[in-house]
Design a protein around this ligand. Structure first.
Ligand code: UDX
Length: 441
């Protein structure tokens, strides 16, 4: 099938490369010439494991091309996938200007067309967007439908090639048929629903994940108050398959380019439709509180932050991603600096100053970051932090306080090396944690 992909961000580039790998002929457009220039030189502009190899093998096979012209990308295409960004507007609603620009470019593109082009929005957009786009552009030879994307940064390639499900939002049998053919070879469940349901499915998934995280974070605070360890509570409660163990990791809260903005957009959409999204508003409040609690905990341990040096391990919004947008660690580091402390940070995926904490010293190893520090805050749970030489860390640090903002470390190991340890909702000492399977000695 001939496919046009509009937008070469995480979603567009990964989707385009995955479809080309599946055997389709894909032409990707991005209006940023520097992005297209890099892609045409065989390089990628994103930090995403395995994506460079997928792109280069698909491009090498002649099935993946790049252009700055949307009009050029759609020539001969049977389907176009709109993968434009939908950032937050100042009032929290989704800013649809990039999506509308993409539709405008398709509408204005000179022919010839082989019948109406199936155009599916992959971007996360509020309920009702597909029908307003159809009302505006339907007469320009487009069959407009919805096809939300669920891939995660850090595992985007795996998610695109082995999705849990493909959601097709279409009331038009021709569009449905085209999109089913596009994804059929993945052998994954296809959900064919109305466009508005497809739009809501994406918001339901992201806001439910956010709610789980805020739930366990609230529970973590209760665990601290009553002397329990949230990691044990979450592990055993999550063993019930109705609950599940994923997205039950307490910490400094969720961030990144999707969850926070989608939550805001959904609350705003509820307001537009006269529905109070009370639960989700509380999810947001709890998320902000986790960041504030992290700063308070470090300040308490140091007797104030003025003049102190805090080492930060990890500034990306999660491990495996190179992204610091809406990153909880950046927010925590920024408030620490605003409170009079200086910050030295290390992150395996970040080598340059980070927007929002430009004054922080960027170090090239976890050891360099802790040199002379009064406290260490682990804020992104990169694997390498679990295997550091704690003896060396202790010798390099001026102080002895370790804040484990992701509950990634063994409190016993860290304490045994002479540190004061604090996690999120973790207990000091007490019963040894045992998870015994029948049959194990
Ligand atoms: C998310 C959705 O998971 C994905 O389906 C959608 O397509 C895009 O948005 P992503 O933004 O890549 O993906 O990150 P995700 O893995 O969901 O993590 C989001 C945030 O939640 C991170 O800051 C992470 O650290 C935090 N998190 C996650 C927790 O604090 N605890 C957890 O248990 C899980």
């Amino acid at each position: 099938m001939n496919v046009a992909v509009i937008g070469c961000g995480y979603v567009g580039l990964t989707t385009g490369a995955a479809l080309a790998w599946m055997g389709h002929r894909v032409y990707c457009a991005d209006r940023d010439p520097s992005v297209v220039g890099l892609l045409n030189d065989g390089k990628i502009h994103l930090y995403e494991p395995d994506l460079d190899r997928l792109v280069s093998s698909a491009a090498g096979a002649g099935r993946l091309r790049f252009t700055t012209s949307t009009a050029e990308a759609i020539v001969g295409a049977e389907v176009a996938l709109v993968c434009a960004g939908t950032p937050s507007s100042p009032d929290g609603s989704a800013d649809l200007s990039q999506v509308k620009d993409a539709y405008e470019c398709i509408a204005r593109a000179p022919g010839p067309r082989r019948g109406a082009l199936v155009v599916a929005t992959k971007s996360t957009v509020p309920p009702g967007t597909c029908s307003s786009l159809a009302a505006r552009y339907g007469s320009y030879g487009m069959r407009i439908c919805s096809n939300p994307e669920f891939l995660r940064e850090g595992t985007a390639v795996r998610d695109a090639l082995h999705p849990d499900r493909v959601v097709i939002g279409s009331d038009d049998p021709v569009s449905t048929q085209v999109l089913c053919e596009l994804y059929m070879s993945l052998g994954r469940p296809l959900f064919v629903v109305s466009p508005i349901e497809a739009e809501l499915i994406k918001y339901a998934a992201n806001s439910f994940l956010a709610a789980r995280i805020s739930f366990i974070n609230e529970f973590a605070e209760l665990c601290e108050a009553v002397g329990a360890d949230v990691t044990r509570v979450a592990a055993a409660a999550g063993a019930d398959p109705r609950i599940g163990a994923s997205f039950m990791q307490a910490g400094i809260g969720f961030g990144g380019p999707c969850l926070p903005k989608d939550l805001k957009a959904l609350v705003s959409a509820g307001r537009d439709h006269g529905v109070a999204m009370d639960i989700l508003e509380q999810v947001e409040r709890r998320n902000s509180r986790q960041r504030a609690r992290a700063v308070e905990r470090i300040a308490r341990a140091l007797g104030g932050l003025e003049g102190r040096i805090v080492a930060v391990w990890g500034v990306t919004f999660k491990p495996g991603a190179g992204d610091t947008r809406e990153s909880p660690p950046v927010d925590v580091a920024r408030v620490i600096m605003e409170s009079g402390a200086s910050v030295r940070f290390y992150d395996p995926a970040v080598e340059t100053p980070v927007p929002g904490i430009e004054g922080a010293v960027c170090c090239d190893s976890p050891y360099e970051a802790v040199r002379g520090a009064h406290a260490l805050a682990l804020l992104t749970e990169w694997d390498e932090f679990r295997w550091v030489d704690w003896g060396l860390v202790r010798r390099l640090m001026e102080g002895d306080f370790v804040f484990d903002g992701r509950n990634a470390l063994s409190p016993a190991v860290v304490r045994a090396m002479g540190f004061e340890y604090a996690g999120v909702g973790r207990r000091t000492g007490g019963t040894e944690f045992r998870h015994v399977h029948p049959g194990t000695p």
